[in-house]
Every structure is written in C-alpha cells, then in structure tokens.
Ligand binder design. Structure first.
Ligand code: SAM
Length: 245
C-alpha cells in the first residue's frame, strides 16, 4: 500500500490545491456527492479515506449520532484532529477495515477507492460493517480516467486538441490493475477497474445499486473554471450509492 499523502512534498501541494476555492473537489465532486446522501440525522456514519475530515464534520453537523473517519495518512489525520468536534479518527487503512468491530448505518468514501488493490475484499468488509438496510455512498476516479496505461509506466500526454475540441486517449479499459500516474511531481499508484467490475463486486456482496452518477460541470462551475466544460468529453469522477439488503 502506498501512503503518498504522508510524502511531505505531495501533501503540501495537495493542501495548497484543496485550500483554493476553485478546484474540482469543490466545484464538481462535492455537489454531486452531497446530492446523493441520505439523511444523516441520528445515524452512525463511517467515512473511509476521510482525509482532513471535511465530510466527517459535515456528517456531525447534520445530526449524525456517531461519526468515525479512517485514513492511512498521519498528515491528513493531524489536520482532521485539529478540530475539537467529537469525531472519532483512526489511523487505519482501507485494507484493514475488518479490524473494526462495529456497525454503521451509512458508510461513505470520497475519492479514495481507486487507491485500493483488492476491491472485492474492501466491499466485503464494508458489507460486514453495515447494518441491514445500511447505505454505501462513494465517489472514485471514473474508469475512463483511470484506464489509460502508458508504455513507460508513467503519465504521458493523454489529450489532443483539434480545432479547440479536446479528445482523450483511451487504452487498456478492460485491463484491470495497477496504474502509476504523475500527480504533484510524484508517481501515484492507483488501481483501474472497469465499470462492470465495480458494479458486479457490489452485487456479489449483496448490495442493490440505488443511484449512479458521472461528473459533469454546471454553468456556475464552468463560469468559475472554463476547463471544467471538458467534463462533457470525459468525466473525472464516478459516484455510486448502494444499499445492503
Ligand atoms: C483525494 S484524498 C480525499 C480525502 C477526503 N475523502 C476528501 O474528499 O476530502 C484521498 C484520501 O484517501 C486516503 N487513502 C489513500 N489510500 C488509502 C488506504 N489504502 N487506506 C486508507 N486511506 C487511504 C489518503 O490518505 C487521502 O486522505
């Protein structure tokens, strides 16, 4: 397991990007993710890959009865823990969720699942942690964004502009597995899964899919950052909500 958020250079760049008002998290990811949430009032909530705790604080302020955030990064958790808000944070990786002896009504995860290699185990562990009727809502990088595989094992230019129209290269869509991409000058390890792999894993573990969304940018977002119009050519993010029967 790579813990890139504890690389000081990467972490500083990431915090800098997230600290800005205009970024893909604020303008694209969060509005869609939040629109898919059930009521959190009185619920026991677990957030996986909680980072600096934005969602945990939202859950707490929405009336959740108990909120736990887990993350493998000590850097991220130190920011999360700097707020005195009654949230329980654990330095625990997604690979080790089976160590938790607890039950939750709602489990969420925002932009973290593409970092896990064994998706089948992750979803199985989540199913065990959810009460019957409990809900899982997660976002991850979209399979059309994670598919591309460079022959050199790193990022190469994946887009072509022709007369102002942007085209993206797509390769290895059905080749599930490890990808190394350059982000903030670091080689970040992610795992590509095609759409059927993601959906069938959820079904296999007893989930019913209740909603699927793909990222888009609304007029307001495009006005603030024109490049987000390219979401129409290739979405960055995939969002799924599912209920455990
Ligand atoms: C893009 S950040 C998202 C943080 C937060 N969910 C948010 O939306 O603000 C991804 C987070 O996933 C965490 N992460 C990555 N791999 C992980 C793993 N194997 N186990 C637990 N957390 C992991 C990182 O440390 C980081 O905090």
């Amino acid at each position: 397991m790579q813990n890139i958020y504890d690389n000081e250079h990467f972490f500083a760049e990431y915090e800098n990007m997230r600290g800005k008002e205009i970024n893909a998290n604020n303008l694209i990811e969060k509005p869609i993710f939040f629109s898919m949430l059930p009521s959190l009032s009185g619920k026991r909530v677990l957030d996986i890959g909680c980072g600096s705790g934005d969602f945990c604080r939202f859950a707490m302020s929405s009336g959740a009865s108990f909120v736990m955030g887990v993350d493998c990064s000590k850097n991220m958790l130190s920011v999360a823990k700097s707020y005195d808000d009654g949230i329980t944070y654990l330095n625990l990786s997604m690979e080790n969720l089976s160590k938790l002896d607890d039950k939750f009504d709602v489990i969420t995860s925002s932009l973290a699942f593409h970092y896990v290699e064994d998706f089948d185990k992750l979803i199985g562990d989540i199913a065990n942690l959810l009460k019957d009727g409990g809900e899982l809502i997660f976002s991850q990088e979209h399979p059309v964004a994670t598919a591309f595989k460079s022959p050199k094992g790193g990022e190469i230019d994946k887009k072509i502009d022709i007369k102002g129209k942007r085209y993206y290269l797509l390769s290895d869509y059905n080749n599930i597995g490890k990808r190394i991409v350059k982000w903030n000058d670091s080689g970040v390890i992610k795992y590509h899964r095609n759409f059927s792999c993601i959906i069938n894993t959820l079904i296999r573990h007893g989930f019913v899919i209740t909603s699927v969304m793909e990222s888009y940018a609304d007029e307001e977002a495009i006005k603030k950052e024109p490049k987000y119009a390219y979401q129409n050519d290739r979405p960055y993010f995939l969002f799924i909500s599912a209920k455990k029967l």
